[in-house]
Design a protein around this ligand. Structure first.
Ligand code: 6AU
Length: 379
């Protein structure tokens, strides 16, 4: 299952040591978060509705460091950038301390993947810290996504905060007559993240107030890492919030370098091309979806995440072989994936989601994967 590669010294390093040696801000953040939460578990949240997703994530959040989504499989995904599902996941991520990974598996020409990443109804880049790409179309896919992320990052560097107040009092409900003025007022609106439109009111004497359109537009810019964001964490793990900052605004990519499914076409040559590309884009590529560690050069410090992970039922011994799902998916235990093959984060979906008690099952997987990491690195 994992190739007989020479063991890289990084396999013996702690996640904190690795945080210090990586140049990717999001990897640095993630590795420190892993140490703080003592978790190297990612939930593959493959449920069928946005509502179910939010409910599940709020329960399982304390055990995970990454939430993996397939947003396009969820019924009822709300696309509103401020109040929609992406924004709600962001609040849960702040509350429980995890990163959001949209498993979009981009795999088209550069121009198309840029649009899929940053535009359209979902605007994935706005809410997903991490995405992944299939490198079948070639290196240009990664280059294009990296450029799109940099452009996005420079735009959100300063959040545009716009507040608008419109006076003189008129009516609570617009008369037709008033519409001209109100339309004029709305032409002044500059769409920003925070938009407040002061309510119109009517004079107490019941007469319509004369409309002297006084429109005040104030625009201020504040850094995205402003402490203001901290106040949004009103619940959740106290230790986490006293010790931990917001994630950096940089985005990260995982290259799909190996697949777990039976009969997949990802050859060794393809995997090598993924490694080369990752080295060329170290400020964007955090690592790989793979079933083993692909760090081989002395300077490599990529993070590896692996799906197809299963624990035997509570009380049973870990076995060498775990049955697949009959649809091509193969499973391995955390001991094998983390301990033997050197992956860092296990991704678990159906086994947690379909458990009688998903919260307890997530905690069990977290313990299993963390123990395997501790043994590997002699922590
Ligand atoms: O634990 P499971 O089998 O219920 O869920 C596995 C999850 C699914 C797959 O889309 C994903 O992991 N996956 C991937 C990823 C993460 O890219 C690659 C792969 O080779 N196999 C795989 O199952 O959400």
């Amino acid at each position: 299952m994992c190739a007989d590669r020479p063991k890289h010294p990084i396999l013996k390093a702690s996640f904190v040591e690795r945080a210090n040696s990586t140049s990717h801000p999001l990897s640095n953040y993630l590795l420190r978060l892993m140490e703080l939460k003592q978790s190297n578990l990612c939930l593959s949240a493959d449920v069928t509705s946005a509502r179910e997703l939010l409910h599940l994530v709020d329960k399982v959040g304390p055990s995970i460091v990454i939430l993996k989504t397939h947003y396009d499989t969820l019924a009822g995904w709300d696309y509103d950038p401020q109040t929609g599902t992406g924004a709600k996941l962001g609040s849960l991520a702040r509350k429980h301390g995890f990163l959001i990974f949209e498993d979009r598996k981009f795999g088209d020409i550069g121009h198309t993947v840029q649009m899929q990443y940053t535009a359209g109804s979902a605007r994935i880049v706005d809410w997903a810290h991490i995405v992944n790409a299939n490198m079948i179309p070639g290196k240009a896919t990664v280059q294009a996504l990296a450029e799109a992320a940099t452009k996005w990052r420079s735009r959100v560097n300063y959040e545009v905060k716009t507040s608008i107040s419109v006076g003189i009092p008129v009516s609570n409900v617009f008369d037709e007559e008033d519409e001209t003025e109100s339309n004029e007022a709305s032409e002044h609106l500059i769409m920003g993240d925070m938009l407040t439109l002061g309510p119109y009111s009517r004079d107490n004497d019941g007469r319509k107030g004369s409309i002297v359109s006084v429109t005040t537009v104030t625009q201020s810019f504040e850094p995205v890492d402003s402490p203001r964001f901290g106040s949004q964490i009103d619940e959740g793990d106290e230790l986490l919030h006293t010790k931990f900052e917001e994630p950096p605004s940089e985005r990260g990519l995982l290259i799909l370098a190996q697949m777990a499914g039976t009969g997949n076409f990802m050859s060794e040559e393809y995997t090598q091309a993924c490694i080369e590309t990752a080295r060329e884009h170290k400020s964007f590529v955090m690592g790989f979806v793979s079933h083993e560690s692909l760090n081989s050069a002395p300077a490599d410090s990529f993070i590896h995440m692996t799906p197809g992970c299963q624990l035997p039922p509570e009380g049973e011994e870990e076995n060498e072989t775990v049955e697949g799902d009959g649809l091509g998916q193969n499973y391995n235990t955390p001991t094998k994936l983390v301990g033997l093959c050197g992956t860092d984060i296990i991704m678990v979906g159906r086994d947690i989601i379909k458990a009688g008690d998903p919260q307890a099952e997530a905690a069990r997987y977290r313990d299993g994967a963390w123990t395997a990491y501790q043994r590997r690195s002699n922590q």
